[in-house]
Write a protein that binds this ligand. Structure first.
Ligand code: ZN
Length: 161
């Protein structure tokens, strides 16, 4: 499986352990720092591997959409915008929501490490608990960091009280 080297912009066979990397944090600030760097191409390659290919004259990756059945590839991962979009079905978003929708591996590993896996959504429509006085301050901060990352990706979160 080819991997995009985000430092050189070249493809290589180097496979970083993404799930371990993004759950390697000790504080909510660490997590925030990591999530800013999560790239949609890394996530796309993690789940779709060779099913998405770098386009010849572009930095973008293209492949068959994992969200709907199609014969002509209309799914794009765009590293510079850090967004994915399917021009067939309209599914779009950022790296964390792509992970969430394709298998939840990074997301659930983060939630587990933060000790909030029982509080986070088993989503459709993303339900997050609001800051609660019953939770430790740290857990509230983790939830806030994740919620902000998802909102920045354009996900509409539903809070329930
Ligand atoms: Zn699609």
């Amino acid at each position: 499986m080819k991997q995009l080297d985000l430092f050189t912009g070249k493809e290589s066979d180097y496979k970083p352990d993404l799930i371990h990397h993004y759950s390697n944090f000790e504080t909510p600030q660490d997590l925030e720092f990591l999530l800013v760097r999560l790239n949609v191409v890394e996530v796309g390659l993690l789940y779709l591997g060779d099913k998405i290919k770098k386009r010849p004259i572009s930095v973008n990756y293209q492949g068959l959409c994992p969200f709907h059945k199609e014969k002509t590839p209309s799914f794009f991962c765009k590293p510079h915008q850090n967004r994915y979009v399917c021009y067939g079905c309209g599914e779009k978003g950022g790296p964390l929501s792509l992970d969430y929708k394709l298998g939840d591996r990074i997301y659930s590993s983060i939630a587990q490490k933060a000790g909030i896996d029982n509080l986070l959504p088993s989503l459709s429509g993303l339900h997050l608990l609001p800051a609660s006085q019953d939770l430790s301050e740290t857990k509230n901060e983790y939830i806030t960091v994740i919620a902000e990352a998802l909102e920045k990706e354009g996900e509409k979160l539903n809070y329930f009280f």
